[in-house]
Design a binder for this molecule. Sequence first.
Ligand code: GLC
Length: 599
Amino acid sequence: MDLKQYYYGIYGENEQTARRFGELLEIIARAGRERSPELKAQDAEGNGWYMSEKMVGMMLYVDRFSGDLYRFEEKISYLEELGITYVHFMPLLKSREGNNDGGYAVSDYLAVEPKLGTMEQLERVVRLLKEHGIRTCIDFVLNHTAKEHVWAEECRRGNPEYEGMYHMFDDDTEPRAYEQTMTEIFPEVAPKNFTYYPDLGKYVMTRFYEFQWDLNYANPQVFNKIIEVLLELANKGIDIFRLDAIPYMWKELGTKCMNHPKVHTLLRMMYEIVREVCPSVVFLGEAIVEPHEIVKYFGDREEKECNVMYNASLMVLLWNSLATRDVRLMERSLAKDYGVPSDGVWINYGRCHDDIGWGFETGILQELGFDPEAHKQFIIRFMLGQYPGSFSIGELYEFNPVTLDARNSGTFASMCGLEQALKEKHAYKIEQAIKRILLLNSVIISYTGIPLLYSGDEIGQLNDWSYKNDRSVSGDSRWLHRGKMDWEAAAKRNDRGTVQGQIFSGIKKMIDIRKNCEYFRSDIKSNPVDLDNQAVFGFHRENKMMVLANFSEHEQWVDANRFSWFGLPGEMTDLLTGRPIRSYNNSILLGPYEYLWLV
Ligand code: GLC
């Protein structure tokens, strides 16, 4: 279908639609004219670059990483040293004062947050990064704006051009009807989905925080305005847009207002527009929903939506395997075919700026003999550090005292046991924690998709408890894992005698190997193998490489007959160490938390 058909399909065949569609075409034409020759040269190569084995991302908050975009320049060499090829800047567009949900309450899409720099400086940074072979990703928060955004202000003022850009109601009849079926995102810190404003005499849909007003995509003006700013940002040289909270874009009474089919129409239109104006640009979708719903956001071969999506399933399965020393849930869940299109790519990660929600495949859990509810309670308490024998230290997020449901917060290293081990000054536990960190990274970096590190995790940063002293965020435990980059600790990264040195060098080495081996291209799929040992995860990449990862602190034997078609011990080499793999009656020995990348 072409853009026009989609547009009329969603907004109806009428005069208003025709007028708005005309305006949209003008916006598209203008952006095309304004795109620079350098960017057009880049466009000529298309967007296939995201499939490359060279792709390795790091996400970071500019203020926490370098202070601002000026001082960021000095840190580019650090990213280069680690082997990073794309940087995801956490929200850096201008956002409201005070609590702004970590920048996810944008008050101006075309200005950089003044504390971080200017748009010119961002453009300079994008260019500098590109010179170092690093692409730029920014957050594009398109489900809502800050209530202080000009669109919201104009809407309040009754400017007819901005009328209906948000979901506003004179009384609570419709809001109450919506609440019947809508889910809550922050049931504890921001319950319900509507806020009443006495000064306006209106109810406004505020699905996330009260200060984040939901845009009304049923109004074509919203789509046009969003496209206008998107293209303008693309013309600044941004390569990847992280489309925030996409499942919520379309709201319709009587539905969950989540994963609505019309969200997919909106995304298809956006993709078509980008193909036309800036075809080297890539969309990364953020949809932390069930696996069968996530895959729909890739679109299909003909009608595409997002190129890349977050692999939230792999993330929760990795933590689950570490806690239980049982990889069966991971192996079976990942073996399931959800119909990801051949050019749909996952971002594989262990931690990010958000909490961890335990979305397991309950059917598979039950097959394995677990009670899903009891298991969820186990993992929540394990990650918190309250389950007997747990190595993790974290916090609860959005704890519901009635159902006991919760999510978890904490940094990669603290959840792998490093915080506890350092506190106890326990050398053996420190060693184990480092092994766990590297083990998870070994899967993240070798599994099909793009590995994404969260800044600070490459040197094992611990939980940052100081957020509790800041009243504007102390109620939101996600700040536990949003600490400032510790550059003093990072300075130890080349000293193998330090914790930082061991983690950094281990990760760097894996990145280096990945970037220099074609088997890691994103079109070479990963296939889990049942090794008949529940502590060891194994997968092959289309018979070119076999990965083994021991998720327990005990030695494990793996029967090589399980993958004899791949090669026999004695014929295989570990890519990471160059060590030939020896056979003991056709069995392979893995040390505690050991991993092998066999070729
Ligand atoms: C996304 C972000 C999260 C934010 C929310 C609202 O889920 O990852 O941090 O709170 O969107 O914008």
